[in-house]
Design a protein around this ligand. Structure first.
Ligand SMILES: N[C@@H](CCC(=O)N[C@@H](CS)C(=O)NCC(=O)O)C(=O)O
Length: 218
């Protein structure tokens, strides 16, 4: 079996990285140095012409985009229960994953890389300030999602098993601390994310990626 994940430390690739680690399967983690622009080099572009992580390569087949990779890993390692198996519970988990991926994640991109959206430094500062405000409300919304999920009596956002929603919640809150959001202002979300960080496969991935959970500076 040949299974490779292209990832960058602290990036959104953390989500499938945690699923692969939790699966117990052998896989090759391949680091891509985004800060050095490796994603734009010909070697990487030949794997993913969009120049992004994550990329999963299974027996030579390339899969990109977090929801696609996570659903693929769910099918491949079905015993892990990364998503609820069927029905409304599965649809709701995919709904939350898509919201994280298509709304929360790109809002942070506006904070972290405003130069992607305007060449003008003044406009960039405006984009960033506006996106930080939007990101704060999205973190409150994420906290409500966590509270609602845990109210059902399950330990994880998707139910009985650890899955992509938990790893994404950690990533998004960690990014929030980079954006200047104090996690202590989101006590339920922060408590949950700290628990996710203690989950052994998550701990192993955080060690491999050398991640600090809270980067908030007062
Ligand atoms: N929609 C994509 C988003 C991927 C993405 O935004 N990746 C970022 C890291 S979090 C990236 O590779 N950025 C490199 C760049 O933009 O140069 C997915 O779900 O995989």
């Amino acid at each position: 079996m040949s299974l490779t994940l292209y990832f960058a430390p602290g990036a959104c690739s953390f989500v499938p990285h945690c699923l692969l680690q939790a699966s117990g399967a052998a896989f090759e983690p391949q680091m891509v140095k985004l800060h050095k622009g490796e994603q734009n080099e010909a070697a990487y572009q030949s794997i993913n012409p969009r120049g992004q992580v994550p990329v999963l390569v299974d027996e030579g087949q390339v899969v990109t985009q977090i929801p696609a990779i996570c659903l693929y890993l769910d099918e491949k390692f079905s015993a892990a229960g990364f998503f609820p198996k069927a029905g409304i519970a599965r649809a709701k988990a995919v709904e939350t994953l898509m919201w994280m991926n298509n709304t929360v994640h790109p809002t942070f991109t506006h904070v972290f890389m405003p130069e992607k959206f305007s060449p003008n430094p003044e406009v960039q500062a405006d984009i960033k300030a506006h996106a930080v405000t939007a990101y704060r409300s999205l973190m409150l919304e994420l906290q409500s999602c966590v509270v609602a999920a845990l109210k059902q009596g399950s330990p994880w956002m998707g139910g009985a098993h650890f899955g992509p929603l938990d790893a994404y919640a950690l990533t998004l809150l960690r990014w929030g601390t980079i954006a200047g959001i104090d996690p202590e202002d989101l006590p339920e979300l922060w408590a949950f994310v700290q628990r996710v960080a203690q989950h052994p496969p998550v701990q192993q991935v955080m060690a491999r990626e050398r991640l600090q959970l809270n980067l908030f500076k007062r």
